[in-house]
Ligand binder design. Sequence first.
Ligand code: AMP
Length: 566
Amino acid sequence: MKYSELADVYEKLENTSARLKKTDIIAELLKKTPTHELEKLVLLLSGRIFPIWSEEETGVANQIMIQAIAKSSGIDGSAVNKAYKKIGDLGKVAEEFCESKKQKTLFKKTLDIDKVYENMLKIASQGGKGSQDRKISLIVELLSQSNSKEAKYIVRIVLEELRIGVAEGVIRDSIAKAFGVNKKIVEDAWFLRPDYGIIAEIAKEKGERGLKMLEVEIGVPIKVQLAERSPNLKTALESFENPTLECKYDGMRTIIEKDDDKIWIFTRRMENVSSAFPDLVELCKKYIKAKRCIIDGETIAIDPKNGRPLPFQKLSERIKRKYNIHETIKEIPIQINLFDIIYLDEKKLFDLPLYERREILKNNIKIFPDKFQIVKSLTTNNLKLAENFYKEALQNGHEGLIVKNLEAKYVSDRRVAGGWLKVKPIMETLDLVITGATWGAGKRTGWFGSFMLSCRNPKTGEFLECGMLGTGIKEKKSNENDITFDYMTKLLKPYIEHEQGNQIKIKPKIVIEVAYEEIQKSPTYKSKYALRFPRFIRLRHTERSAEEADTINRVEHLYRNQKGKK
Ligand code: AMP
């Protein structure tokens, strides 16, 4: 397929905000795409080069792109930089500059999606000395063969910010529409194999039957089950005829996949963290009896002095660590608490009731106390006993409880009725995305001094501003869990999209947990709500992607509930 066809589609998608229209446009394109091109095409439509769970990325910063645009258009880098400062979108900058050089290129070849994709893969695979220059050459090669429209989208894809408003749900619906298959079946397939490229191929070739028969692939993460908040323990307990209470550990959701002597560790966001946790990999090799399986659990950091759980922040240091991993194993030892098994020796176990899965889990692991164990649980209907168990969990430094239905199936992703209910003592906080910042003044000079918070519109994928936060982040560290302005500035700098005066626009990547005093209606913010006195609680970006941040619906819901109480 010619790349220009895809660029036309990108343009159409960018110019419509109607979800149904977007679905129609993509479905039409999918229908006419030959099977062997579907995988690449679907990835490129979602602005990706690798599936969602892949560790790989293009690794091209704005400054590199500015150089590439300058080189391919023959225009001075400072002029490109200036245009970028004005427009705030390097895609549009490339569109403008490639237009002016268009006549000059006499022997322009026609780009096809294979070539574009191939170069993108090469860009991602460059590493070590001279890699920046090689990345620039690969981008220049594409840009010099493209017209202005093609250039705009090439730049955006390389920068991993396509901005055409195609959320995962739109791709799902388009596949369903193009190949006449049920949406729910497409989504269920994605939970097992989160790669719409492969799913589109199967939908086209084998239809619903093929999708239903899709197997789990060990080494590729699955979408895990999530928990719903419950207002209190009593309500949670009364929700099920046959409830069981599990301790809620405050750590990292851990999906262990095992195939003989190979172990993969994935997080809830489908990130592969196996190399950051060699100690956990060893524990799995030693203490899992099954040959091939997928086991679900929560890893926490343990204080080596007293064996008590350490706050999540500590564990996140290990998740991020790329070097000297073996040192941190001693500094921040871990413990894993297992609570489910969803695949065993070629069999999916999702549809078995929890009490059976628990038995299977017990039979397939060996326990190493305080290191590799099954979650602490209590099966009871009795509120008094449940309350004691809850208190004990909190006293032991855990977050609360998860109440589960012993009869229930394992349901990927959904916060379903009859699913897991979490009970925590703190007030309801929000997980919001940072989408902007302002440069600080006075003591905060040189750092970002306040941060724009946004919630998510689940229908459009857009991020809607709902407050400005400066409280809870520290100027100096006085406690080892403190997060400083300096730290936040360094964390956010790679995601700067645009700067004007002291206002900075930031790509929606970093999710933080925020407490607040009240939610108010607001005419100024896009969400139409404003948080009063928002306060930073903790970083959440290693657990939640921007696409998993709290939605405008939840903000609305909390707003209404607080009114109700008054
Ligand atoms: P939250 O992140 O607040 O939505 O709470 C749900 C998370 O709690 C899950 O995704 C797990 O990472 C974690 N968790 C801790 N203990 C358990 C447990 N016993 N069962 C299920 N999830 C647990």
